[in-house]
Design a binder for this molecule. Structure first.
Ligand code: TYD
Length: 133
């Protein structure tokens, strides 16, 4: 089974300012079909609260911090993202929630499939059932 994992990205330290980068199928284990970002999150708001059947993601806190809560149907883990030089790989079929966004936080999400509502599982009971099959 694929596991969620924090992946350290290259960090080119430079007195003019640091630089990091991501290459598909090199630093992350999938081809990038889509990128989106979450920003201007009002205090106390949560994002997510669903699973994807096929979509894999890589999430980076480009600015600020937030928590990604992952649940594989058995165990719940909290990953705090607060640096732009690492990110969280999220395999398909994980229940995922994002919360505790700091002011001005910016979440970059790289995704392995184009947006498709059919890929979402919004019912937690259904997710657990599908996961155990
Ligand atoms: P959703 O994935 O439900 O956001 P979150 O999981 O962060 O709460 O998406 C919110 C809305 O944005 C939904 O109406 C679909 C739309 N959307 C797209 O059109 N394309 C995308 O790539 C994404 C991620 C969302």
């Amino acid at each position: 089974m694929k596991e969620p994992i924090i992946i350290q990205l290259p960090k080119i330290i430079d007195k003019r300012g640091n630089l990091s980068f991501i290459e598909e199928l090199n630093h992350i284990p999938f081809k990038i079909e889509r990128s989106y970002w979450i920003y201007d999150v009002p205090g106390g708001e949560n994002r997510g609260g669903h699973a994807y059947k096929k979509n894999q993601e890589f999430i980076v806190a480009l600015s600020g911090s937030f928590d990604v809560i992952l649940d594989d149907g058995k165990e719940r883990k909290v990953f705090t993202l607060n640096r732009s030089y690492y990110g969280l790989y999220v395999p398909e079929m994980m229940w995922r929630q994002m919360e505790n966004f700091s002011t001005n936080s910016l979440a970059l999400v790289l995704a392995s499939v184009p947006y498709n509502i059919e890929d979402y599982i919004y019912d937690y009971k259904q997710f657990k059932k599908d996961k155990n099959e």
